[in-house]
Design a protein around this ligand. Structure first.
Ligand SMILES: C[S@@+](CC[C@H](N)C(=O)[O-])C[C@H]1O[C@@H](n2cnc3c(N)ncnc32)[C@H](O)[C@@H]1O
Length: 196
């Protein structure tokens, strides 16, 4: 099965990182995701974080730099190769999120689906991806996902339905990683908590 990511012509590996480097050089923040996650786990000692669909490790590496234990997983070996080169000390696993349980035994305090991962998965697997990632959370663990809300891909109502079916409850939703209020716009950052 092909993910939408396979079919996209987005740059891969080092070339994917070049875009973020350009944004950083122009003074834009490229660590909004890590800053938000960091603030969510501030009260936890030794929080463990799964960067699901980690790509080249942008979010995981920054979280690790901030002192958190992280594991990154992705289905695209070319993205992981860059992540491994940049941060060999982090565990990077090749895994399809729709079959995450076949590859990852550990459970995490937080799982993050950053950078539109939810709209890049194989169409039709979105519910299974949410379920599989939820199963890798500790009781009351958080799933944090940021993606473009597109009716032709993943309406926010569908995402919430998949989350509820997986055993999650919505605790917060913002329009940006800086916690701008969500007013039904075309980008959402959602925080769900595993019930029990
Ligand atoms: C736009 S990139 C985002 C990378 C990273 N999260 C970031 O924010 O920089 C989307 C990533 O989702 C990954 N992806 C898509 N479908 C996946 C799946 N089923 N399992 C694991 N990773 C997947 C792609 O391989 C790609 O690295």
């Amino acid at each position: 099965m092909a993910t939408r990511w396979d079919e996209s012509n987005a740059p891969r590996g080092d070339r994917y990182d070049e875009r973020w480097a350009r944004l950083a050089a122009s003074g834009q923040s490229v660590h909004g995701e890590a800053a938000l996650i960091d603030s969510l786990v501030r009260d936890l000692e030794n929080a463990t974080i799964l960067d699901a669909g980690c790509g080249t490790g942008r979010v995981a590496i920054e979280l690790n730099r901030r002192g958190h234990e992280v594991v990154g997983t992705d289905i695209d070996e070319s993205m992981l190769a860059t992540a491994r080169r940049k941060a060999p000390e982090i565990d990077w696993l090749l895994a399809d999120l729709a079959h995450l349980g076949d590859h990852v035994d550990a459970t995490f305090d937080v799982a993050v689906l950053a950078g539109n991962v939810m709209i890049f998965v194989d169409p039709g697997t979105e519910a299974r991806v949410v379920e599989q990632v939820t199963h890798r959370l500790v009781p009351h663990g958080l799933l944090v996902a940021g993606f473009q809300v597109r009716t032709d891909r993943l309406p926010i109502e569908d995402y919430d339905r998949y989350a509820t079916a997986a055993g999650l409850e919505l605790v917060a939703r913002w329009a940006t990683w800086d916690r701008e209020p969500y007013t039904g716009g075309d980008y959402a950052v959602s925080v769900h908590r595993r019930i029990g």
